[in-house]
Every structure is written in C-alpha cells, then in structure tokens.
Design a binder for this molecule. Structure first.
Ligand SMILES: [Zn+2]
Length: 257
C-alpha cells in the first residue's frame, strides 16, 4: 500500500496539474475574448502600464504625487467600467477573465494558511481507501429523491404502524442527524432487510454533509476491515503506520454500509 508521503505527493501533483490546466484554460479564454473584443486587450495593456507610468511620474515630480495618484485611480476606474460593459455586451463578466478554481477556499493549493483544506483531507481519505470519488457514489441520491410513497400504507400487525409511517420516522431522524451534525457526538444505526432504502438514506446523508464541506468516508464493512487489516499487518515502512492510524479517524463522517 502507498505510504502517507506517496499519497500526499500524488495529491499535490494533482493540485499542480489542476492549476496548470486552469491557467491554460484562462489563456485560451482570454485570447478568444481579445479576438472578439480587441478593445479589451488595449484596455488590459493600458491598465498594466498605468501603475508603471504613475510610479515614474512620482519619481520625476515627487511634489505631484497626490494628484498623480488621484488621476491614476480615476483613469483605472473609467477603463474598468468600459471593460466591464464591453464584456457584458457578449454575455461575460470580468470574472471570466480571471482564474477559476475548483475549490475557492484554498484556490486549488490544498492549504489555507498552511492548514490542510477540507478538499485535501477528502482527497487523502479517497486515496487511502481507494474510494474512487465519494461524490460519484452519492451523485444521484439526495433527500429530494426520497419517495415515501414507495412504502405501503397498510398497517403492519407486528409493528403497529405502516411501512410508510415507519419510513417517514426514519427520514425525520436522518434529517435530524444532518441538522445536528455540527454539534457532534451522535451515531446513527440503520438496520433492516435489504432493499428497504438504507443505502439510499446513507447516500442522502453523505451528499448533504459533503455539500456542507465535511470530509466523508463511505465504505462497505468489507472495504473498511480489509483496509484496517492491511494497515495492521503490512510492514511498517518509515514508521508511517502510526500516522495512518490517526488519519483513519480524520473523517468527519464515517459511513459503513
Ligand atoms: Zn480546498
């Protein structure tokens, strides 16, 4: 199994590739826009020159510094307004001329003030557990798709309530679990025969919490135990095992299906 260092290296390479790709896309986008609106290129060139020109002016005539700055800011504002209006004329905004990030929080670097971003933690989890992408697992399911009408209204003699009423109670509890998640400490155990919707509910919960920025680990019991065994009984290269033990528990939510 890959060591911790290997996994981090691989992920940081992915971030790198992602930033390179986004930068290339931006260059392409800009060229296309400049082709359609040559005036925008002129404006951009002028804007980047403006600072230099002002600096020169200040050096040559230090006494006029205040006036020069005021004039520069006015010119800047005027050009930016013109630029925005030009872009809007073809259905774009100034944001289309800037880098786009998959994760706005860390700007696709994996870190915010040297602290790992949630997206980095999630990637580590995904790699550690060969979890292809938790978002793919939960893509389709969300609470909006939970249809209680699929359950019978017929009251069961054994349970004293109908399967539909039972499903609604479970749904309420699942929603409460998500709502109170930030307060922590609660576990949720769903049990019953196959095909009743446990996996579906798990996915709904995972999706909701992923959207709220939590790190989610979604595994079958088999996957989890295989991974624990692998860590427990594999050779301890560079004493990394202990670190992994810690990371295993780093997920905010662990779903064992
Ligand atoms: Zn991030």
């Amino acid at each position: 199994m890959a060591t911790r260092t290997q996994i981090y290296k691989e992920i940081l390479r992915e971030y790198d590739a992602l930033r390179t790709e986004q930068a290339a896309k931006l260059r392409q986008r800009k060229e296309e826009i400049y082709r359609r609106l040559p005036r925008v290129r002129e404006i951009d060139e002028t804007l980047s020159m403006l600072g230099v020109q002002t600096a020169k002016l200040v050096l040559l005539k230090p006494g006029d510094m205040q006036d020069a700055l005021v004039e520069m800011r006015a010119k800047q504002k005027e050009l930016q307004t013109e630029r925005r209006m030009l872009l809007e004329s073809i259905g774009l905004t100034p944001a289309d001329m800037e880098l786009k990030y998959v994760c706005e929080t860390c700007k696709d670097t994996g870190y915010v003030d040297n602290v790992p971003c949630t997206c980095l933690k999630q990637k580590v989890m995904d790699k550690l557990y060969d979890q292809s992408n938790v978002r793919d697992i939960v893509k389709v399911e969300n609470f909006d798709h939970f249809d209680v009408r699929l359950y019978s209204e017929q009251v069961s003699k054994k349970e004293g309530i109908s399967p539909r009423e039972n499903a609604m109670q479970i749904l309420r509890q699942a929603l409460a679990f998500v709502e109170n998640f930030a307060d922590g400490g609660q576990n949720l155990l769903l049990y019953g025969a196959t095909g009743l919707g446990k996996t579906f509910l798990c996915s709904c919960i995972a999706k909701e919490l992923l959207d709220q920025g939590y790190v989610v680990l979604y595994l079958t019991a088999g996957q989890l135990f295989r991974k624990l065994e692998e860590i427990r009984f594999s050779k301890d290269e560079d004493g990394e095992k202990e670190e992994w033990d810690k990371e295993l528990l780093e997920a905010d939510l662990l779903i064992i299906d």
